[in-house]
Structure formats: C-alpha cells, structure tokens
Unconditional design. Structure first.
Length: 115
C-alpha cells in the first residue's frame, strides 16, 4: 500500500484517500498512516520537523536538510521568508513545483541532540 497522502501532485488527485493527497487535520485515524523510523540514539545528531509548505520547497532553494539543522533561529526565519518569496516570485502558479495553493503554511523546528 502506498503511504497515505503520498501523491506528489495534489492539484490532480483526490483528497484524504490512500491514493490521493492526505490532509490529516480532521481525521485522527490518519496517524495510523504515519511513517515511523527508529535509529540508535548515538547515530542521531538532529531532528527536523517541517510542515509540507516548508518541506516540499526548501530543496528548491538548493538548501540541504543538514544545512537547515545547523541554522540559527534568525537563519531559519530568513529561510522561511525566502521560501515564501520563491513561491510568490519564481513559481507563483506552481509550474516548477506543483502544489494545491500558491502559499502554504511554513514551519520548521530543529532539535539538536547533545552528545
């Protein structure tokens, strides 16, 4: 079975179905479709949680997730602003990166794990 909400083009697929684009906010059962991974504690230096509005677009700016993991709070704020500008000015109609709406919420949280 494909991951719930795994479609890469939300504009052309049904919502909230395993063969479509998932929106979990209204369905607690969606958590059963979450992807979970386990890693040995000593192999994890950082964790990033990002909404799809950031996760899908950060790579379009040529920024890697290890780079994001090492950003300061002001740098993260600037990154999210740059993502918003990229949406508005570089790809306002979603041609380079198809998406359901011009602007989505953008949140990135970085946890650095002390060793």
């Amino acid at each position: 079975m494909a991951a719930w909400g795994s479609s890469s083009n939300p504009r052309n697929c049904p919502l909230d179905r395993t063969d479509g684009y998932g929106i979990a906010e209204a369905d607690r059962g969606a958590a059963a479709h979450a992807l979970r991974f386990r890693y040995p504690r000593d192999e994890v230096a950082w964790i990033i949680a990002a909404t799809d509005g950031a996760f899908d677009l950060v790579p379009a700016l040529g920024v890697t997730w290890p780079e994001v993991a090492n950003m300061s709070t002001p740098q993260l704020e600037r990154l999210l602003r740059d993502v918003h500008i990229w949406e508005a000015e570089t790809d306002p109609d979603g041609q380079a990166l198809p998406r359901a709406k011009r602007h989505d919420d953008k949140t990135v949280a970085v946890v650095r794990i002390a060793t």
